[in-house]
Design a protein around this ligand. Structure first.
Ligand code: SAM
Ligand code: SF4
Length: 328
């Protein structure tokens, strides 16, 4: 079993299957000059499968596939097929920008993918272009509608960006009146590859909740699992729910059950650490399953108490990476 030095049990892996992406969200990537890694430096699907199998034998029972954009990687659907044979995994979840997934929705339903998190930060086409720097609003919104009609459990990720979309928080919550899905407001983090964006206002958990409370009465908190990233709420008599993820204020670290592996095989105990070990190199040097298990057990021991300590322990100055390389 994977248990860290604070007694937290690790059961959830976030795996970035690629560093490539078809969009250029301003909070995630710089507009130009992105250095994608060479293909040979990416984990292969076979390596990912092996890492997942070994981790699942150590108690990891949930996996989230992310990136970059997972659906831009060739054969991603075959990888999902492969993963679905691992009966130790109770949940396979995907985070996607949605633009490419319309033809794959029936297959995702067939594979019993548990949660699809669709990133859609705005309900307006002109803003979509500004935020995501690609003109794919209508394709993405159509996928949102298709997913609502599907059997998949849908969560909509909205990064709350000062100066861009804060006036749409209420519109998003209004959508949950008749539609059964969860909208999740994520605090923006300074992970866009060029350091902290110049923000006019600090839209943290408290401010986001206050914005909703100003427009709706009778908001009830909903109990969630201890390890949940979002604090969840529902407006009385609404079909759907809304959640707020204190990603940057980091008030959820005490119950963290997550580890991350980047597309190049870097193991991360925390979103805010620099990466603690390269599993790809270890595997390519011929590591056995037993050696991999020992590595995971020992590395998890070093999981920092919280994201502030992880950030302080970084050797480099501040967080300069991007979510597309970290695997959001
Ligand atoms: N490309 C996929 C997508 O956009 O959903 C998956 C990868 S993306 C890095 C995963 C999640 O991280 C998305 O929901 C995205 O909105 C979020 N994200 C990216 N950069 C962020 C930032 N600087 N602050 C907060 N969330 C961020
Ligand atoms: Fe691509 Fe997702 Fe990053 Fe946007 S948030 S640039 S869609 S990886």
């Amino acid at each position: 079993m994977l248990v860290d030095s604070f007694g937290r049990k690790i059961t959830y892996l976030r795996l970035a299957v690629t560093d490539r992406c078809n969009l250029r969200c301003q909070y995630c990537m710089p507009a130009e000059g992105i250095k994608i890694v060479e293909r040979k430096d990416l984990l292969t699907f076979k390596e990912m499968y092996r890492i997942t199998r070994v981790l699942s034998e150590l108690g990891v029972n949930k996996i989230r596939l992310t990136g970059g954009e997972p659906f831009v990687r060739k054969d991603f659907i075959s990888f999902l097929d492969m993963l679905s044979f691992n009966d130790k995994l109770d949940e396979i979840n995907i985070t996607t920008n949605g633009a490419l997934i319309a033809p794959h929705i029936p297959k995702l339903e067939q594979l019993n993918i548990k949660n699809i998190n669709l990133s859609l930060d705005t309900l307006r086409a002109d803003r979509f272009l500004k935020i995501k720097r690609r003109n794919l609003f209508h394709e993405t919104y159509k996928v949102f509608e298709n997913l609502l009609e599907s059997s998949l459990n849908l969560k909509l990720n909205v990064v709350v960006q000062s100066g861009f979309n804060t006036d749409e928080i209420v519109d998003f919550v209004s959508l949950t009146k008749d539609k059964n899905f969860e909208v999740r407001f994520i605090e923006e983090m300074p992970f866009n590859g060029s350091g902290q964006r110049d923000m006019q206002e600090n839209w943290d958990f408290t401010k986001i909740l206050a914005e909703v409370q100003n427009s709706f009465e009778n908001i009830n908190a909903i109990a969630t699992k201890k390890s949940a990233t979002a604090k969840k709420f529902q407006v009385k008599n609404f079909k759907g729910t809304f959640g707020i993820i204190p990603a940057f204020t980091r008030t959820i670290c005490n119950d963290c059950n997550r580890i991350r592996i980047t597309a190049t095989g870097m193991f991360k105990n925390c979103l805010f650490d620099e990466g603690v070990f390269n599993i790809r190199d270890f595997i390519r040097q011929g590591a056995s399953d037993e050696q991999l298990k020992n590595l995971f057990i020992n590395t998890v021991q070093k999981k920092p108490k919280n994201g502030f300590i992880a950030e302080a322990n970084r050797l480099s100055n501040g967080v300069s990476e991007s979510m597309w390389t970290i695997g959001g």
